[in-house]
Ligand binder design. Structure first.
Ligand code: HEM
Length: 191
């Protein structure tokens, strides 16, 4: 009898057991949106959990390559922005010796974003740096939007059944912020 009664009031989360009051408090906090990113704690956790799989050391390079191969095949116009790949076929790009280096640079940059989901001023500054270096190459917010549009297909391809709707929607929100920051920098640079 006693253990059953106790079960009504205590719940296990990971290795810890919490009271209902503590759970309620955590749920409340989980629903509070960050004022800068608009992400709730639950969404931050969904991004972090999915990232720990996307950024798995042994598959990091291959996953970065998959992201850009998805972008090039769904939006071939983006290829023209890459001096090394301009005019090449998908087959040629996929075998290009410099593709993994570029893919890894992007994965490292994304890792710095994910590391700072709780330090949103820093996160925005990091995205602004990416924005400035890309706008200078003619890669503006519309191209970042194209990349954000291929991210769900990439996540499904890599994570398979571990990919959840919450992960997809949380990444959608995060990348929406990236696009908005790039767009803001574009306006600053042209005004
Ligand atoms: C969140 C999205 C992205 C991140 C984090 C990112 C990150 C990076 C990084 C770290 C580099 C190398 C360092 C630098 O020059 O800044 C780079 C280079 C580059 N990126 Fe991105 N990038 C993103 C999206 C895009 C998109 C959407 C395009 C074009 C469609 C693009 C085109 C390029 C090009 C053309 C280069 C130079 C490649 C070269 O040197 O040959 N990037 N990117």
């Amino acid at each position: 009898m006693y253990p059953e009664k106790q079960d009504l009031h205590l719940r296990s989360v990971g290795v810890c057991t919490y009271s209902e009051t503590q759970i309620e408090k955590m749920t409340e906090n989980n629903n509070t949106k960050d004022p800068v990113t608009g992400l709730t704690e639950e969404e931050v956790i969904a991004v972090e959990d999915s990232w720990s799989m996307l950024y798995r050391r042994e598959h990091r390079k291959e996953n970065g390559v998959k992201l850009f191969m998805n972008l090039y095949s769904l939006h071939p116009a983006t290829i023209e922005k890459f001096p090394l790949f301009k005019g090449k076929t998908l087959e040629e790009i996929s075998k290009h010796p410099k593709l993994p280096a570029h893919a890894m640079s992007v994965m490292y940059a994304l890792a710095s974003y994910i590391d700072n989901l709780h330090d949103t001023d820093l996160l925005v500054e990091l995205v602004k740096k990416t924005a400035v270096s890309h706008i200078g190459r003619g890669v503006g917010s519309e191209y970042f939007k194209l990349l954000s549009d291929v991210v769900p297909a990439w996540m499904k391809e890599v994570l398979e059944e571990e990919c959840t709707p919450l992960m997809l929607s949380s990444w959608g929100k995060l990348l929406g912020i990236v696009v908005a920051v790039v767009s803001g920098e574009e306006q600053n640079m042209t005004s």
